[in-house]
Design a protein around this ligand. Structure first.
Ligand code: HEM
Length: 140
């Protein structure tokens, strides 16, 4: 079965009758926003973490409020859901719904940059370009 159709099939399960307005009125203590690598987020699959647009969210409290059911989200825990969200419901204001679940931001992959510099031997300097002629230097 096509993956997207499979996801839609799974969403037909009941969601405890809870809806998004109930979720939005639900209060959670504010979280301290930390920096994480993608690798670290993977390790927190069991803690229901996901990445969406370079932000890390803990979906523990949201899962039971998801209109598409919990089972649709479970295979994506620990992963980046940015692309799949675009294909299943690009119109949903994810940032507004997940504000309370925001626990971190993805750090820039510094290993990659270090590796690049190592390979080239040194950091690239800007090419030397001839400086512009000053007006006084232009022969008449
Ligand atoms: C993690 C954060 C997520 C949030 C805040 C969220 C939010 C929502 C909302 C608000 C709806 C109702 C949309 C509507 O009726 O127009 C919905 C439906 C749905 N969601 Fe999610 N979703 C999330 C993740 C996912 C993931 C990871 C998947 C699967 C890959 C998924 C699959 C679905 C499906 C299949 C529906 C039902 C669409 C339909 O039958 O009309 N969602 N979700």
């Amino acid at each position: 079965m096509h993956k997207l159709r499979q996801i839609k099939e799974m969403s037909k399960q009941p969601t405890n009758g809870k809806n998004q307005s109930v979720w939005l009125s639900y209060n959670l203590p504010p979280q301290e926003i930390k920096k994480y690598t993608r690798k670290e987020v993977r390790k927190h699959k069991g803690d229901n973490w996901v990445i969406f647009k370079n932000k890390v969210y803990d979906l523990t409290h949201y899962l039971q409020y998801h209109p598409g059911g919990q089972d649709t989200i479970i295979p994506y825990l620990g992963k980046d859901i940015t692309r799949v969200i675009k294909s299943v419901h690009g119109w949903v204001n994810m940032e507004a719904l997940l504000r309370k679940c925001h626990i971190g931001d993805i750090t820039l992959n510094t290993n990659y940059l270090d590796h690049n510099n190592e390979k080239s031997g040194k950091t690239k300097s800007r090419p030397v370009t001839p400086s512009r002629l000053r007006f006084s230097e232009v022969k008449k």
